[in-house]
Design a protein around this ligand. Structure first.
Ligand SMILES: NC(=O)c1ccc[n+]([C@@H]2O[C@H](COP(=O)([O-])OP(=O)(O)OC[C@H]3O[C@@H](n4cnc5c(N)ncnc54)[C@H](OP(=O)(O)O)[C@@H]3O)[C@@H](O)[C@H]2O)c1
Length: 315
Protein backbone atom coordinates (compact mmCIF):
# COMPACT_ATOMS: atom_id res chain seq x y z
CA UNK A 1 0.00 0.00 0.00
CA UNK A 2 1.32 3.47 -0.89
CA UNK A 3 2.29 5.64 2.07
CA UNK A 4 -0.41 8.16 3.01
CA UNK A 5 0.78 11.58 1.87
CA UNK A 6 -1.03 13.53 4.58
CA UNK A 7 0.12 15.23 7.75
CA UNK A 8 -2.15 15.57 10.76
CA UNK A 9 -2.15 19.18 11.98
CA UNK A 10 -2.28 19.25 15.77
CA UNK A 11 -2.50 23.02 16.18
CA UNK A 12 -5.78 22.94 18.13
CA UNK A 13 -5.06 19.80 20.18
CA UNK A 14 -5.17 20.51 23.89
CA UNK A 15 -6.76 23.94 23.44
CA UNK A 16 -9.82 24.15 21.14
CA UNK A 17 -9.87 20.35 20.71
CA UNK A 18 -9.97 18.53 24.05
CA UNK A 19 -7.56 15.75 24.97
CA UNK A 20 -10.08 12.92 24.52
CA UNK A 21 -11.00 14.00 21.00
CA UNK A 22 -7.35 14.65 20.15
CA UNK A 23 -6.48 11.08 21.23
CA UNK A 24 -9.35 9.66 19.12
CA UNK A 25 -8.11 11.54 16.06
CA UNK A 26 -4.49 10.50 16.65
CA UNK A 27 -5.50 6.84 17.15
CA UNK A 28 -7.59 6.80 14.01
CA UNK A 29 -4.83 8.48 11.99
CA UNK A 30 -2.23 5.91 13.00
CA UNK A 31 -4.61 2.96 12.62
CA UNK A 32 -5.33 4.08 9.06
CA UNK A 33 -1.63 4.25 8.18
CA UNK A 34 -0.91 7.93 8.86
CA UNK A 35 2.60 8.75 10.04
CA UNK A 36 3.17 12.53 9.85
CA UNK A 37 2.11 14.69 12.80
CA UNK A 38 2.64 18.45 12.70
CA UNK A 39 2.73 20.74 15.72
CA UNK A 40 4.65 23.78 17.05
CA UNK A 41 5.97 24.83 20.43
CA UNK A 42 3.73 27.93 20.35
CA UNK A 43 0.37 26.14 19.70
CA UNK A 44 -1.95 27.56 20.75
CA UNK A 45 -0.72 30.67 22.59
CA UNK A 46 -3.51 32.85 21.19
CA UNK A 47 -6.16 30.85 23.06
CA UNK A 48 -5.17 32.03 26.55
CA UNK A 49 -4.51 35.38 28.26
CA UNK A 50 -1.00 34.28 29.32
CA UNK A 51 -0.06 33.89 25.62
CA UNK A 52 1.57 30.54 26.43
CA UNK A 53 1.80 27.71 23.91
CA UNK A 54 2.74 24.08 24.56
CA UNK A 55 -0.80 22.63 24.74
CA UNK A 56 -0.49 20.72 21.49
CA UNK A 57 2.96 19.27 22.22
CA UNK A 58 1.81 18.23 25.70
CA UNK A 59 -1.23 16.37 24.33
CA UNK A 60 0.90 14.58 21.75
CA UNK A 61 3.39 13.73 24.52
CA UNK A 62 0.60 12.33 26.71
CA UNK A 63 -0.74 10.28 23.78
CA UNK A 64 2.72 8.88 22.96
CA UNK A 65 3.21 7.95 26.63
CA UNK A 66 -0.11 6.10 26.77
CA UNK A 67 0.36 4.20 23.51
CA UNK A 68 3.46 2.01 23.94
CA UNK A 69 5.26 1.43 20.65
CA UNK A 70 3.47 4.18 18.75
CA UNK A 71 6.51 6.50 18.77
CA UNK A 72 8.19 4.18 16.27
CA UNK A 73 5.23 4.42 13.91
CA UNK A 74 5.00 8.21 13.64
CA UNK A 75 7.20 11.09 12.54
CA UNK A 76 6.84 14.11 14.79
CA UNK A 77 7.35 17.52 13.25
CA UNK A 78 7.39 20.63 15.41
CA UNK A 79 8.29 24.30 14.94
CA UNK A 80 10.16 26.92 16.91
CA UNK A 81 10.68 30.65 16.82
CA UNK A 82 7.14 32.03 17.20
CA UNK A 83 6.44 31.52 20.90
CA UNK A 84 5.80 34.94 22.52
CA UNK A 85 8.34 35.92 25.18
CA UNK A 86 8.19 38.88 27.55
CA UNK A 87 5.98 41.90 27.08
CA UNK A 88 5.02 43.58 23.88
CA UNK A 89 2.94 42.68 20.88
CA UNK A 90 3.36 39.49 18.86
CA UNK A 91 5.16 38.96 16.48
CA UNK A 92 7.65 41.57 17.75
CA UNK A 93 8.03 39.76 21.06
CA UNK A 94 8.62 36.22 19.77
CA UNK A 95 11.51 34.00 20.85
CA UNK A 96 13.10 34.21 17.39
CA UNK A 97 15.90 32.22 15.80
CA UNK A 98 19.12 33.13 17.61
CA UNK A 99 21.37 30.17 18.54
CA UNK A 100 20.37 30.28 22.26
CA UNK A 101 16.66 30.62 21.34
CA UNK A 102 16.84 27.62 18.99
CA UNK A 103 18.59 25.48 21.62
CA UNK A 104 16.20 26.35 24.41
CA UNK A 105 13.08 25.99 22.21
CA UNK A 106 14.06 22.47 21.15
CA UNK A 107 14.74 21.46 24.74
CA UNK A 108 11.24 22.66 25.68
CA UNK A 109 9.63 20.77 22.79
CA UNK A 110 11.41 17.52 23.64
CA UNK A 111 10.35 17.88 27.27
CA UNK A 112 6.69 18.50 26.46
CA UNK A 113 6.60 15.75 23.83
CA UNK A 114 8.44 13.34 26.16
CA UNK A 115 10.74 12.18 23.36
CA UNK A 116 14.48 12.29 22.72
CA UNK A 117 14.38 13.44 19.10
CA UNK A 118 12.16 15.36 16.72
CA UNK A 119 11.90 13.87 13.24
CA UNK A 120 11.43 17.20 11.45
CA UNK A 121 12.16 20.59 13.01
CA UNK A 122 10.80 23.73 11.33
CA UNK A 123 11.68 27.36 11.82
CA UNK A 124 8.18 28.81 12.12
CA UNK A 125 8.89 32.25 10.69
CA UNK A 126 11.88 34.35 9.74
CA UNK A 127 13.93 36.36 12.24
CA UNK A 128 15.89 39.01 10.39
CA UNK A 129 17.38 40.38 13.61
CA UNK A 130 19.74 37.37 13.67
CA UNK A 131 22.47 36.70 11.06
CA UNK A 132 21.30 33.85 8.83
CA UNK A 133 24.56 31.97 9.42
CA UNK A 134 23.84 31.84 13.15
CA UNK A 135 20.42 30.24 12.67
CA UNK A 136 21.65 27.84 10.00
CA UNK A 137 24.56 26.71 12.17
CA UNK A 138 22.39 26.29 15.29
CA UNK A 139 19.94 24.13 13.33
CA UNK A 140 22.73 22.11 11.73
CA UNK A 141 24.24 21.32 15.13
CA UNK A 142 20.91 19.84 16.21
CA UNK A 143 20.61 17.84 13.01
CA UNK A 144 24.13 16.54 13.37
CA UNK A 145 23.47 15.41 16.92
CA UNK A 146 20.70 12.85 17.31
CA UNK A 147 18.19 15.46 18.47
CA UNK A 148 16.67 16.36 15.11
CA UNK A 149 16.19 14.18 12.04
CA UNK A 150 15.55 16.77 9.39
CA UNK A 151 15.14 20.56 9.00
CA UNK A 152 12.37 22.60 7.43
CA UNK A 153 11.50 26.26 6.93
CA UNK A 154 8.01 27.69 7.29
CA UNK A 155 6.92 31.12 6.06
CA UNK A 156 10.42 31.92 4.86
CA UNK A 157 11.03 33.97 1.69
CA UNK A 158 12.33 31.75 -1.09
CA UNK A 159 15.55 33.75 -1.44
CA UNK A 160 16.20 33.19 2.28
CA UNK A 161 15.56 29.45 1.88
CA UNK A 162 18.00 29.30 -1.01
CA UNK A 163 20.60 31.38 0.85
CA UNK A 164 20.25 29.19 3.96
CA UNK A 165 20.72 26.05 1.92
CA UNK A 166 23.82 27.47 0.25
CA UNK A 167 25.32 28.48 3.63
CA UNK A 168 24.72 24.94 4.90
CA UNK A 169 26.15 23.36 1.75
CA UNK A 170 29.27 25.55 1.76
CA UNK A 171 30.01 24.49 5.35
CA UNK A 172 29.17 20.83 4.90
CA UNK A 173 26.21 21.23 7.28
CA UNK A 174 22.72 19.75 7.16
CA UNK A 175 20.32 22.29 5.65
CA UNK A 176 16.62 22.72 5.05
CA UNK A 177 14.96 19.95 3.04
CA UNK A 178 11.30 20.91 3.54
CA UNK A 179 9.13 24.01 3.13
CA UNK A 180 5.86 24.65 4.94
CA UNK A 181 3.61 27.33 3.47
CA UNK A 182 -0.06 28.10 3.02
CA UNK A 183 -1.49 26.40 -0.07
CA UNK A 184 -4.74 25.07 -1.43
CA UNK A 185 -6.54 24.72 -4.76
CA UNK A 186 -7.81 28.32 -4.70
CA UNK A 187 -5.13 30.86 -5.43
CA UNK A 188 -4.78 34.09 -3.44
CA UNK A 189 -4.90 37.55 -4.97
CA UNK A 190 -1.33 38.75 -5.66
CA UNK A 191 -0.11 40.88 -2.77
CA UNK A 192 -2.73 39.61 -0.31
CA UNK A 193 -1.35 38.92 3.18
CA UNK A 194 -1.72 35.40 4.54
CA UNK A 195 -4.98 35.45 6.54
CA UNK A 196 -4.37 35.76 10.31
CA UNK A 197 -0.65 36.32 9.70
CA UNK A 198 1.23 39.56 9.54
CA UNK A 199 3.17 38.79 6.33
CA UNK A 200 2.89 38.15 2.60
CA UNK A 201 5.62 35.54 2.27
CA UNK A 202 3.77 32.48 3.57
CA UNK A 203 2.12 31.40 0.32
CA UNK A 204 3.12 28.60 -2.03
CA UNK A 205 3.56 30.36 -5.39
CA UNK A 206 4.36 29.08 -8.88
CA UNK A 207 7.97 29.99 -8.09
CA UNK A 208 7.91 27.81 -4.96
CA UNK A 209 6.70 24.81 -6.95
CA UNK A 210 9.24 25.49 -9.70
CA UNK A 211 12.03 25.61 -7.08
CA UNK A 212 10.85 22.47 -5.26
CA UNK A 213 10.50 20.64 -8.59
CA UNK A 214 14.08 21.53 -9.51
CA UNK A 215 15.67 20.76 -6.11
CA UNK A 216 15.15 17.04 -5.77
CA UNK A 217 15.78 16.90 -2.03
CA UNK A 218 13.10 19.48 -1.12
CA UNK A 219 9.56 18.63 0.01
CA UNK A 220 6.65 21.04 0.34
CA UNK A 221 3.94 20.83 3.01
CA UNK A 222 0.75 22.88 2.69
CA UNK A 223 -0.97 24.38 5.71
CA UNK A 224 -4.67 25.35 5.85
CA UNK A 225 -5.34 23.24 2.71
CA UNK A 226 -9.10 23.07 3.34
CA UNK A 227 -9.38 26.83 3.98
CA UNK A 228 -10.78 26.09 7.44
CA UNK A 229 -13.73 24.26 5.88
CA UNK A 230 -14.72 27.00 3.39
CA UNK A 231 -15.01 24.63 0.40
CA UNK A 232 -18.01 22.88 1.92
CA UNK A 233 -19.38 25.03 4.74
CA UNK A 234 -21.55 28.14 4.64
CA UNK A 235 -20.42 29.07 8.15
CA UNK A 236 -16.82 29.42 6.88
CA UNK A 237 -16.66 32.31 4.40
CA UNK A 238 -13.65 32.50 2.11
CA UNK A 239 -10.95 34.91 3.25
CA UNK A 240 -10.77 38.23 1.45
CA UNK A 241 -7.44 37.05 -0.07
CA UNK A 242 -9.49 34.88 -2.48
CA UNK A 243 -11.77 37.71 -3.61
CA UNK A 244 -10.93 37.80 -7.35
CA UNK A 245 -12.39 36.41 -10.62
CA UNK A 246 -10.10 33.37 -10.72
CA UNK A 247 -11.82 32.03 -7.61
CA UNK A 248 -15.16 31.78 -9.43
CA UNK A 249 -13.56 29.76 -12.21
CA UNK A 250 -11.70 27.47 -9.78
CA UNK A 251 -14.80 26.85 -7.67
CA UNK A 252 -16.74 25.89 -10.82
CA UNK A 253 -13.99 23.48 -11.92
CA UNK A 254 -13.86 22.01 -8.42
CA UNK A 255 -17.63 21.49 -8.30
CA UNK A 256 -17.55 19.76 -11.70
CA UNK A 257 -14.67 17.45 -10.72
CA UNK A 258 -16.38 16.52 -7.44
CA UNK A 259 -19.68 15.81 -9.22
CA UNK A 260 -18.00 13.78 -12.00
CA UNK A 261 -16.23 11.60 -9.42
CA UNK A 262 -19.03 11.49 -6.86
CA UNK A 263 -16.70 12.73 -4.11
CA UNK A 264 -16.58 15.87 -1.95
CA UNK A 265 -14.87 19.13 -2.87
CA UNK A 266 -12.49 18.67 0.08
CA UNK A 267 -11.46 15.28 -1.30
CA UNK A 268 -10.75 16.75 -4.74
CA UNK A 269 -8.66 19.56 -3.21
CA UNK A 270 -6.51 17.11 -1.25
CA UNK A 271 -6.14 14.76 -4.23
CA UNK A 272 -5.13 17.73 -6.39
CA UNK A 273 -2.41 18.61 -3.86
CA UNK A 274 -1.03 15.12 -3.27
CA UNK A 275 -1.04 14.14 -6.94
CA UNK A 276 0.54 17.32 -8.30
CA UNK A 277 3.97 17.79 -9.79
CA UNK A 278 5.70 18.20 -7.43
CA UNK A 279 3.47 16.36 -4.96
CA UNK A 280 2.46 18.42 -1.95
CA UNK A 281 1.83 17.10 1.57
CA UNK A 282 -1.35 18.69 2.96
CA UNK A 283 -1.49 19.32 6.72
CA UNK A 284 -5.12 19.02 7.77
CA UNK A 285 -6.42 20.51 10.99
CA UNK A 286 -9.35 18.24 11.72
CA UNK A 287 -11.44 18.39 14.91
CA UNK A 288 -13.32 15.10 14.52
CA UNK A 289 -12.70 11.56 13.29
CA UNK A 290 -15.28 12.09 10.52
CA UNK A 291 -13.30 15.09 9.18
CA UNK A 292 -10.11 13.02 9.36
CA UNK A 293 -11.69 10.15 7.42
CA UNK A 294 -12.71 12.54 4.66
CA UNK A 295 -9.20 13.98 4.54
CA UNK A 296 -7.55 10.55 4.35
CA UNK A 297 -9.89 9.48 1.55
CA UNK A 298 -9.07 12.66 -0.36
CA UNK A 299 -5.30 12.43 0.11
CA UNK A 300 -5.33 8.86 -1.26
CA UNK A 301 -7.60 9.65 -4.23
CA UNK A 302 -5.96 9.68 -7.67
CA UNK A 303 -7.51 12.18 -10.08
CA UNK A 304 -8.00 11.10 -13.70
CA UNK A 305 -5.54 13.11 -15.86
CA UNK A 306 -8.29 14.88 -17.83
CA UNK A 307 -9.95 16.14 -14.65
CA UNK A 308 -6.62 17.31 -13.25
CA UNK A 309 -5.98 19.15 -16.51
CA UNK A 310 -9.38 20.88 -16.21
CA UNK A 311 -8.66 21.84 -12.63
CA UNK A 312 -5.23 23.21 -13.57
CA UNK A 313 -6.64 25.17 -16.52
CA UNK A 314 -9.08 27.17 -14.38
CA UNK A 315 -7.15 30.36 -13.54
N1 LIG B 1 3.35 26.96 9.51
C1 LIG B 1 2.36 27.76 9.80
O1 LIG B 1 2.52 28.99 9.92
C2 LIG B 1 0.98 27.19 9.97
C3 LIG B 1 -0.14 28.03 10.00
C4 LIG B 1 -1.40 27.45 10.16
C5 LIG B 1 -1.52 26.07 10.28
N2 LIG B 1 -0.41 25.28 10.25
C6 LIG B 1 -0.52 23.79 10.35
O2 LIG B 1 -1.52 23.35 9.46
C7 LIG B 1 -2.53 22.62 10.16
C8 LIG B 1 -3.87 22.84 9.52
O3 LIG B 1 -4.18 24.20 9.49
P1 LIG B 1 -5.65 24.77 9.65
O4 LIG B 1 -6.30 24.15 10.82
O5 LIG B 1 -5.53 26.25 9.58
O6 LIG B 1 -6.29 24.26 8.28
P2 LIG B 1 -7.50 23.48 7.67
O7 LIG B 1 -7.18 22.02 7.74
O8 LIG B 1 -7.76 24.09 6.35
O9 LIG B 1 -8.75 23.83 8.61
C9 LIG B 1 -9.07 23.13 9.76
C10 LIG B 1 -10.52 23.39 10.15
O10 LIG B 1 -11.35 23.18 9.02
C11 LIG B 1 -12.51 22.50 9.37
N3 LIG B 1 -12.52 21.21 8.67
C12 LIG B 1 -11.48 20.34 8.57
N4 LIG B 1 -11.84 19.26 7.86
C13 LIG B 1 -13.11 19.46 7.48
C14 LIG B 1 -14.02 18.69 6.73
N5 LIG B 1 -13.68 17.51 6.21
N6 LIG B 1 -15.27 19.20 6.52
C15 LIG B 1 -15.61 20.41 7.03
N7 LIG B 1 -14.79 21.18 7.78
C16 LIG B 1 -13.54 20.71 7.99
C17 LIG B 1 -12.46 22.27 10.89
O11 LIG B 1 -13.20 23.31 11.56
P3 LIG B 1 -13.98 22.96 12.93
O12 LIG B 1 -12.95 22.42 13.86
O13 LIG B 1 -14.52 24.28 13.39
O14 LIG B 1 -15.04 21.96 12.57
C18 LIG B 1 -10.99 22.38 11.17
O15 LIG B 1 -10.69 22.81 12.48
C19 LIG B 1 -2.40 23.11 11.61
O16 LIG B 1 -2.90 22.15 12.54
C20 LIG B 1 -0.91 23.31 11.73
O17 LIG B 1 -0.28 22.06 12.01
C21 LIG B 1 0.84 25.81 10.08
Amino acid sequence: MAELNLALGAMRFGSETDERTSFEILDRFVDAGGTLIDTANCYAFWTNPEREGGHSERVIGAWLARRPGVRDRVLISTKLGSQPVGDGEWPGNREGLSAPAVKSAVEGSLRRLGIDHVDLLWTHMDDRSVPLDETVQALAELAESTTVGRLGASNLALWRVERSRRIAEANGWTGYTALQLRHSYLRPRPGAPVPDHNHRLGWVTDETLDYVGAERDLAVWAYTPLLSGAYTRDDRPLSEAYDHPGTTRRLAALAKAADDLGVTRNEVVLAWLTGGAPPVTPIVGVSSVAQLDEAMTGAALVLPPELRAELDAAV
